[in-house]
Design a protein around this ligand. Structure first.
Ligand code: SF4
Length: 324
């Protein structure tokens, strides 16, 4: 599938639930969200109806995300069926790691390509302050298990002014001790409150902070559609990276579309919902009709996230309702 800007679309980010067992400040209010009801969620049957269609349209990479995907009952069974169906060249997962450790052997067995672990601090107290939950040891158990099973692991860390700047170095140093990619993500305004503030820790600020303490960062080649700019550091087993998710410097090679837990298709993270695939399925639309609708939505994409945001109502949703 190609979009109206000549970009190949071969990556689907599939959020299977909006629920989460953390309450990160930059994602949702302490009280949580007005969670989707069971019948508002795409069922596993509906997801498994849609995935072959996406595969037939050229989707090669599938990411499971949420909310927290392991919060949804029997996710491991869905994952097993999809992985064994061999429809996708790579399957990846984004998780906060709280419930994940017991499933790591299965992820290895299913040849899951990589796991993105959301971790904004290595300080237990600060973890509890950021996430409003006291489950840091569970997350570190997951990191240990991922390392023990040799699963490619990427850390996603959001650095917030006055909150966890002191974690930039400790997190980066994880890449010295472990063969992992530590990525620092610019904070995005998907906090469920519509709250927008200047982002101090943007791409420039993060690179300066890293170079101040680690010396020169050596740029390394990344995958063609990567959002992360990766750097190697002498003596480090892993890498550090910057994801300019607010500055949106990588839209020119964007290859991804998203499916929300309720079946809304988004052709840009910052854009509006383009198509409700759940409603189409429930109206017994034919596979061809759904495929046509998906292709048409991809052919009306905005050129970048800035344009997509400008073309919609102000951002007020939580990242948990989109899947990152
Ligand atoms: S902001 Fe939108 S267009 Fe840009 S990379 Fe993200 S999803 Fe793609």
């Amino acid at each position: 599938m190609k979009d109206n800007h000549g970009r190949t679309i071969d990556y689907l980010r599939l959020a299977i639930t909006d629920r989460c067992n953390l309450r990160c400040h930059y994602c949702m209010p302490a009280s949580g969200l007005d969670w989707l009801k069971r019948d508002e969620l795409l069922s596993y049957e509906e997801i498994e109806q849609l995935l072959p269609l996406f595969s037939s349209l050229g989707i090669r990479k599938l990411r499971f995300t949420g909310g927290e995907p392991f919060m949804r009952r029997d996710f491991d069974k869905l994952l097993t069926r999809v992985a064994k169906s061999n429809q996708f060249e790579s399957i990846t997962i984004t998780t906060n790691g709280v419930l994940t450790a017991p499933y790591v052997p299965l992820l290895k067995e299913l040849n899951i390509h990589s796991v993105n672990l959301s971790l904004d601090t290595l300080d237990e107290k600060r973890f509890a302050a950021i996430t409003r939950r006291d489950v840091f040891p569970d997350v570190m158990r997951t990191l240990d298990a991922l390392m023990a099973h040799g699963i490619r692991t990427k850390i996603n860390a959001v650095i917030m002014e006055g909150v966890n700047e002191d974690d930039i170095l400790p997190l980066a140093m994880l890449s010295k001790e472990l063969p992992i990619d530590v990525r620092f993500i610019e904070e995005m305004p998907f906090n469920g409150r519509g709250d927008r503030h200047a982002v101090k820790w943007n791409r420039k600020g993060l690179i300066e902070a890293l170079e101040n303490v680690l010396g020169n960062l050596m740029p390394i080649g990344t995958e063609p559609n990567a959002t992360s700019e990766n750097y190697s550091i002498e003596g480090h087993q892993g890498t550090v990276g910057i994801i300019a998710a607010w500055s949106r410097t990588f839209c020119g090679t964007c290859n991804r579309i998203r499916l929300t837990p309720s079946g809304e298709m988004k052709t840009c993270l910052y854009g509006r919902n383009e198509l409700n695939l759940g409603a189409l399925l429930r109206s017994n639309a034919s596979t061809n009709q759904i495929a046509e609708e998906i292709e048409q939505a991809v052919l009306r994409r905005k050129k970048d996230g800035i344009e997509a945001e400008a073309a919609r109502t102000p951002l007020e949703e939580s990242m948990a309702t989109i899947g990152g």
